[in-house]
Design a protein around this ligand. Structure first.
Ligand SMILES: O=C(O)CCC(=O)C(=O)O
Ligand SMILES: [Fe+2]
Length: 311
């Protein structure tokens, strides 16, 4: 296994010693913008089922998959074809295709327009059942991790819990197809995530790297089944970069492994659209406010989606 600087932290520790868990979680986020979380409560058999179902979907013919592309929806639901997304300021498109599942809201909900109903591929029988369950399980794990962050920042747990209630969260199923031996570039260009925090499953296949404070690229190599969690720009902004959103990328494998596809599942936990991202007073203590202009989560998201070619 590749060497990693991020030891796995057990989420079970939160039940026994919330302060101890928060201290370790916060230290990892503060230094790297990333943490690796084991015992996160997402059932292993559900993860295995999800991995199987996504493989079945991405193996479908291109025209069948493309029928689930929703034009004008900024990729928020359904299928986004290979070569669409491009990292901010990058020259080449990422070598990936993906499927997005969003939060299911009642039709008369105030944010129903921003979070439209999901679509489901009829070719994969269990797809809806599997991914609706996985969305919920990751949402629950995400709230516990946010509790750890709130404990670390000593801000009480309500602000972040309330902030993500009915949030515009998205589960992304990612497929990076095999690449040719001489393929240039990277599977996913260096970027920061837009959202609150990201919970990533399936990063065991090597390739994910984070940029540390000295500018070095470090491999992120979680043990099987663990979550890789990272801070997104919205939380970085809320905390005045006390918890930094860290640049990461997925590099191409060595030539002998280029015949292998890569599959991963990031869950982008988002604030609700009308949540106002306004620097936390406790993160100002003696520091300059890097983000003096408050912005709603929705305005921030729209700005960033335009930059990555999705809106
Ligand atoms: O595939 C991965 O491991 C990372 C994906 C990622 O960083 C993203 O989709 O934002
Ligand atoms: Fe990312």
């Amino acid at each position: 296994m590749t060497e990693t600087v991020l030891p796995a932290l057990s989420l079970d520790l939160q039940n026994k010693d919330a302060a101890g868990f928060a201290e370790r979680l916060g230290a990892s986020f503060r230094e790297y913008g990333f943490a690796v979380i084991a015992d996160h409560g997402v059932p292993a058999d559900l993860i295995a089922q999800a991995e199987e179902d996504m493989r079945v979907f991405f193996a479908l013919p291109e025209d069948v998959k493309r029928a689930y592309h929703v034009p004008g929806a900024a990729g928020a639901r359904g299928f986004t074809p290979f070569g669409t997304e491009i990292a901010k300021d990058a020259k080449a498109h990422d070598l990936k295709e993906f499927w997005h599942i969003g939060r299911a809201l009642p039709a008369d909900h105030q944010h129903a327009e921003i979070m439209p109903p999901n679509i489901w591929p009829k070719e994969v029988a269990r797809f809806e059942q599997t991914f609706a369950a996985l969305f919920d399980a990751l949402d629950k794990a995400g709230i516990r991790i946010l509790d750890g962050i709130s404990d670390y920042l000593d801000i009480g747990r309500d602000l972040l819990r309330d902030g993500v209630t009915d949030g515009n969260s998205v589960l992304r199923l990612l497929h990076y197809p095999p690449i040719s031996v001489d393929a240039p570039g990277v599977r996913a260009g260096a970027h920061e995530d837009i959202n609150t925090i990201t919970l990533l499953l399936g990063a065991e296949e090597a390739g994910l790297e984070l940029k540390d404070r000295s500018g070095r690229w470090l491999p992120v190599a979680p043990p099987p089944g663990a979550l890789v969690v990272n801070i997104g720009d919205m939380l970085s902004r809320l905390t005045n970069d006390v918890l930094p959103s860290t640049s990461h990328r997925v590099v191409n494998p060595p030539p002998e492994r280029r015949g292998n596809a890569r599959y991963s599942m990031p869950f982008f936990l988002h604030f609700r659209p009308d949540f106002l991202i306004e620097t936390l007073p406790s993160c100002l203590d003696g520091r300059e406010n890097r983000y003096p202009e408050p912005i709603t989560a929705q305005n921030f998201l729209e700005q960033r989606l335009r930059e990555i070619g999705l809106a």
